[in-house]
Structures are given as structure tokens and as C-alpha cells.
Design a protein around this ligand. Sequence first.
Ligand code: TTJ
Length: 643
Amino acid sequence: MVFTMSAEYGADQIQILEGLEAVRKRPGMYIGSTSSRGLHHLVYEIVDNSVDEALAGFCTQIQVFINADNSITVIDNGRGIPVGINHKAGLPAVEVVFTVLHAGGKFGGGGYKVSGGLHGVGASVVNALSDWLEVEIAHEGKIYKQRYERGKVCYALREERECGDDKIGTKVTFKPDATIFEETIFEYDILKTRLRETAFLTKGLKIILSDLRPGLEQEKTFHYEGGIKEFVQYLNKSKEALYPDVMYFEGKKNNVLVEVAMQHNDSYNESVYSFVNNINTPEGGTHLVGFRNAITKTFNDYARGAKLLKDSEPNLTGDDIREGLAAIISVKIEDPQFEGQTKQKLGNSEARGAVDNVVSEQLTYFLEQNPSVAKIICEKSILAQRAREAARKARDLTRRKTALEGSTLPGKLADCSDKDPKNCEIYIVEGDSAGGSAKTARSRATQAILPLRGKILNVEKARLDKIYANAEIRAMITAFGTGIHEDFDISKLRYDKIIIMTDADVDGAHIATLMLTFIYRFMPELIKQGHVYLAKPPLYKLERNKQVWYAYSDDELDKILAEVGRDQNNKIQRYKGLGEMDAEQLWDTTMDPEKRILLRVNMNDDDESEIDITFNTLMGDKVEPRRIFIEENAKFVKNLDIS
Ligand code: TTJ
């Protein structure tokens, strides 16, 4: 096959170059950011094209390599990007894919495309933002190849070599442009989380992730014949399932492909995740509404029909039924419309009815065929209803209390005088002694102190009524001012920073984790909007000839000793707890905004399900998954205090 390339740059070629120039000028417009998140989105853009080929039924395996030079290679065994001339552009189709903006996505029209969707920007953007990109296509016994640099064609698509007739597929390798991305080092775990999710959502597709970087070599294969059923099993792996089987419903209505998998566990949290064309929709949308309507209606009808719910008793609410529910809702739509603040909410109205229909019909049938499972779920929901009633009473009590006596803040709270939340911060301090020093050390104008007595309630294993009854939890809720769950209103937040200050030992870490579990489960927006921090107290105090240094890590201590000298004039103290510091030292080392180190707790929507699983693994009932998690992650732990 001979390719002709017009020697002079026609109008089209100039337009193509301008398009890619625009991408390089304002990359954030196309991939959201040029941070680590934007860098990893490049990989998803390319992989999603192969996933499309899998959804079309022509690709069964995708390999992703992190190469030694931090370039990425993606290989699939699909039909291969077409190499024939695209007559509209007068160029080979594959060149159009990589050089014309938004030219990506399906070639055969129709179908549910994952790539190049509203969230996708197409492979041409990846090309424009790469130092170089090479594509090879195995087609009819030949390998075709083309190379681009910063989006510009280096040579015309050419026949590179012969290959076996049975070889098919597409291979793309690209190296992100370091002049555009602040971060060009790929993180294996970020790609692992996303590729695992993609494999769950595309049943039967095998995805292999390999890290080829020296010293980081590892490989993992994701292959789930059970698709989202296995996703729910994965969500429940550190929990106790209430019944053996994961319910699975699938159907097609109003040209919407519906897949739902669900299984209750013994926790009190809801872990329901929704997707459209494999794209996570953390803000939910019509598909999620359809799901919620269906299960609330179906379970109430069943509970009444089976006389599990007396006529005199009120209906179960969606919250009651979804307590402890792990579920995946995955719909495929040809032209998804996204809404919401971050464009991660599905707007298509046809999805609501489609999901409601499929789930109502098939769940009703399932419950009739499995009365024992139905009973278990209804009884758990009725218990949840009673606990919710009790919690409402407890909450109304706290509300009434604050209403009657004005907003009584917790007695132990030493509030700050400035009333503008933007200027204020609250330290949640472990233990009364450290709380005392913190109250003395603080700047009264802008720093509030809330001392908590030892270990707070582990909300991962408690129902709402017990949580409201816990004094420490109530103190935090009242002090923060936002309310929790459906009451949550971030505009009522009384402090711009919530700083958790605990001892630098294992107990302190455990208390900090308990507090983070509470905030994550009841006020996740505080974390998402960056209000939650961990104070970093010093690990060491070095005294030498009347001079004092503080070190916040072993490395830092080594650096200081290298400077001042290692001899018997050094007196080194390893801090076991905040209580060992007097107020002045606490201020100097941990509370003075000019000098302190604060670690901001970050959370983004990409890894919602992973975070949920991690909290449950660490804080939940089952010991074995926790042991495995700690073993797998111990290599990242420094300064583990084993005293
Ligand atoms: C679409 O239908 C006609 C034959 O070609 C089909 C296609 O586009 N297949 C395809 C594209 N398989 N894999 C890709 C692809 C793979 C990677 C790694 C990157 C890109 C941009 C596309």
C-alpha cells in the first residue's frame, strides 16, 4: 500500500498544527491539570480506545507497560486502528486519530464509546502533550508505523516490517512532555487502581499492568469473567456479607444497557458506585436515582407482602435499605450528558427509567425466589429504621439542647476570639495534658483547642444512634458546626482548618485514624475541600552547647548531625508524646503558623471505592484483610514506634 503525502502544507495541515498548538498552549483546558492527575489521565485516554475495541467485541487483552524511561506502552489485540486513507482528511485514518483534535472514538459509528467521550479528549491530545509518540499497527501480515514529536508528524505512515498473518492489534508508546507536566513520574498504584476498575467494568477483558522501571519491577493482571459481580465481592472483601450470592441484574431499555450488582454486608456504611460508559460518576445522576427508586419500592412492597413490616409501621427509607449495601451501577449510553459541579453527574432522563425498570423487575423476581435472603435484608433494614429513629431523637435532643441553651459549644472547647471562619483553625488534641499545653501555647485570636479524651468511638463499627450518644463525637460535630450526613452544610463550618494533633507514636496514629474515619464517613466534604490536616510534631530534640534543634524525621536528624558534628556534646531526645513538650516548645515546633509543618489530607473522586475499602479494611471487623494490608504496606512505614 503506497501513501502519498502532499509536499506543501495544505490548509488542512495548517489547521491540524494550529489545533495541537492550542492544546500545548492551554493543556489544562483539555486534561484538567498538568499535575500528576493530568499525567495519569493521558494513560486512560489511550487505554480507553482499546477498551472501546473490547466493548465492540474485538479485543480481549490490553497490556500497559511503564517503561524504564517513564514512557508508557499500551498494546491491544483489537482489529487495529485503520491504516487506510480517510478520504475527508486525505490522510491515513491512524494519522487523523493522532493529529486531528477530537477525531478519536469509534470508527464504525454507534456503539457505547468510552474513549473520546465528554470526559475523553481523544488520542490527539495525548500526542500533542508528548515529547514523542509512536504507533504500530499489525494489519494483514504487516506492521505499519508512524512517529510524532509534540504532535508533529516525523514521517508518513510506513510499512515497517512483515509479521505473522495471525498478529493483530495496536501498540502505542508515548513519553509525556516534561516541559508541560510538572510531574512525569508515573505511579504504579494509581494506574493499578484505575485498570482494576476498568477490568471490573468490562467483564472478560484481561488487562496486564507491568512496571519495567529498575528497582520497581512488578506486574499485575486484572481479569474478571464475573465483571461487576466481582467488583462487589472486591468491595466486600474486608466485610462480612449477609448472604452468599451477589445479586446481578442486567438488561437493555430505552437503548440504555443496564448492569447492576449488589450485596449487603454487616457494616453500617453504604458503598454504592455508579458509572456511565466505564466513567465514574461520583455525583451520581439519573442512573443512581433509578436504582434507589427501584430498591426502595421493591423492598417495601416485599416487606409488606411478607408481613415483615406491619401496616401500622412506616415505610423503610432508602437509607434504611442501603445500610451496609455494596453495589455497582454501570450503564452504557450512546450520548451521555454530564451535569453537576464537576461534570460527573449523569443527566440523561432515559437512564432513570431504564435502571428502575430492570432492577424492579429482576429484584422482585429474585426476592420471590430467595425468601431467606429477602428476610435477612428486610430485618436489617428494619433494625436500621429503628436505630435511625433513635438517632433522630438523640440528634433532636442535641439540636433542642443547642436551641434551648443557645448553641452550647462543648465545655472542653477553648474557642478562638476571631469569629471569621476563614481566619480560624481548630486543633483536635489527644489527651488532656497535651490539650492543656496547647491551650496555653495557642494564639487565642485564631486558634481553638478541642482536647479529646483518648480513643474516640470507631464509627466504622457503630450505628448512628451510638454515634450520636458518644460525647467525643458530639463535641466534634458541635464544634465544627456543619452537622453530619444529610444535615451537612459546609457553609456553617466554623474553622478553615481542622488540625488533628496526636502523639507521634502508634497510639497517636490510631487516634488520628479514628478521627479521620469519623470525618470521612460523616463529613467527607471537609476532606474533599481540603480543610483537614494532620499536625506534624517533632520526633527529636537535639541540644548541643546550649543550642537547640528540632528534627521531624530520622533523615532530618541525620542532616543536622552531619552539620553540627556527632560527638558527646549532643543530647538527643526522642519525643514519645506531645506531653513531653512545654507550651513554648509546642508553639515553636507544631503550632506557630510561621514554622509548623501541616500535612493536608487529600482525597479525589478517582479513587472513591479504594478509599472506602481502605477505611473498612483498617477499621472494620475482619482481622485477616487488615493483616494483609499492613503487610503489603509496611514497606512505606517509617518511624514505626515499637516501644
Ligand atoms: C474501529 O473499527 C474499525 C477497525 O478499527 C477499530 C479501532 O479503532 N480499533 C482500535 C483502536 N483498537 N485499538 C485502538 C487504539 C489502541 C490504542 C492503544 C490507542 C488508540 C488511540 C487506539
